[in-house]
Design a protein around this ligand. Structure first.
Ligand code: ATP
Ligand code: MG
Length: 335
């Protein structure tokens, strides 16, 4: 009878598959949106090159890592290879240039953790943030995009998790919850851990791509076209994976001791990372190691209040997927 009950439960979960796929499809940005962004980037670069002929612009974040939903803001990184520059001066100068080119809502935020210029292009409606020399973000964007090429279930899972996090108000680092970047890393790690594995660990494989940024060596296997079909021995559906993902974060994860690590494709201990003590504002209540800046815990924004909110939301999601008659609607209900 136990067996029968279990099979029944699995069938029920798989029945939700079409609904989850439909949500995923509805979130994918249309091709023409990508084209518009590329054209806008080129016009920006032309403008910037009048002042800094050697400077280059790169897209990073969700518009370039393949985890962006339709109508997201775009993240742009201005790279100037001159060690002498003063970031604040460059940002203010940049804001000036953009302002005189009729871009709207131009604002230089020079005191932010990552200083940026914000702007909106009235012609296309594109909003964008420009930062300076944040090359590590460009490189981690490539890592995420490369993982997404290996198995479509990563993109599906991450879209659904991000959509859930935005709907439930747990996607705001300034409120002590997690960034989109952290959620995507949680999804990659989760798929590395399935048995059979759905994703490999690219940083443990032969190096085919390597750059050094701010003294950090970023190296991994990036010939991902050779890895298509890597996860095909695992036939779990997206509905099953969403269910298992929330179960893991609700009931399976060892919050007291564990650190999830995409870099090693495994779980590390807080002890070996020396993340057991609170240092300054870093509390390490949920630990997500950055794949390149390995001393950086993406969960460090989480405090003793927001950890409760987060865990209650994971539990709510797991319960809904288990018992709710119409989970696809309830899961994304606004908070
Ligand atoms: P969204 O669709 O919500 O805009 P996003 O992928 O753009 O999602 P953000 O969290 O806005 O995600 O981050 C943008 C990019 O900035 C990330 O893709 C990553 O490259 C970089 N980034 C963000 N937070 C961190 C961090 N704490 N450490 C290192 N890089 C980060
Ligand atoms: Mg973004």
């Amino acid at each position: 009878r136990m067996l029968k009950k279990q099979t029944q439960c699995c069938l029920d979960i798989d029945r939700l598959n079409a609904a989850f796929l439909a949500i995923y499809e509805s979130l994918i940005p249309p091709e023409e949106e990508k084209m518009k962004q590329e054209l806008f980037l080129m016009s920006l670069e032309k403008l910037v090159n009048k002042e800094w002929p050697e400077a280059r612009l790169y897209l990073y974040g969700s518009c370039a890592n393949s985890f962006g939903v339709s109508k997201s803001d775009i993240d742009v990184c201005l790279v100037i290879e001159d060690a002498e520059i003063n970031k604040s001066e460059v940002l203010l100068k940049l804001a000036d240039i953009l302002q005189s080119d009729n871009l709207q809502n131009v604002q230089a935020l020079t005191r932010a953790r990552v200083p940026i210029v914000k702007l909106m292009d009235p012609a296309t409606g594109i909003s964008c943030d420009i930062c300076i020399n944040n090359v590590l973000a460009v490189v981690n964007t490539k890592l995420l995009r490369d993982y997404a090429q290996i198995d479509v279930r990563l993109r599906q899972l991450a879209f659904i998790v991000k959509h859930w996090a935005k709907s439930r108000g747990v996607n705001a680092t300034y409120q002590g919850t997690l960034s989109s970047y952290a959620y995507v890393l949680m999804c990659i790690h989760f798929l590395q851990q399935r048995r059979p594995a759905i994703l490999p660990c690219l940083q443990e494989m032969r190096t085919t791509y390597s750059v050094t940024v701010d003294d950090i060596q970023c190296a991994y296997f990036d010939q991902v076209e050779k890895l298509r079909g890597f996860g095909s021995r695992n036939r779990e559906t997206i509905a099953r994976l969403v269910w298992a993902f929330f179960n893991y974060w609700a009931y399976g994860h060892d919050y007291a001791n564990a650190v999830i690590s995409v870099r090693t494709g495994s779980i590390l201990s807080k002890h070996e990372k020396e993340w057991t003590r609170r240092i300054g504002n870093d509390r390490h209540l949920i630990c997500i190691e950055d794949p390149f800046e390995i001393s950086h815990d993406l969960g460090r924004v989480v405090d003793k209040f927001s950890i409760k909110v987060l865990r209650e939301e994971f539990e709510r999601a797991a319960e809904i997927l288990q018992y709710d008659p119409n989970p696809c609607a309830t899961l994304f209900e606004p908070y």
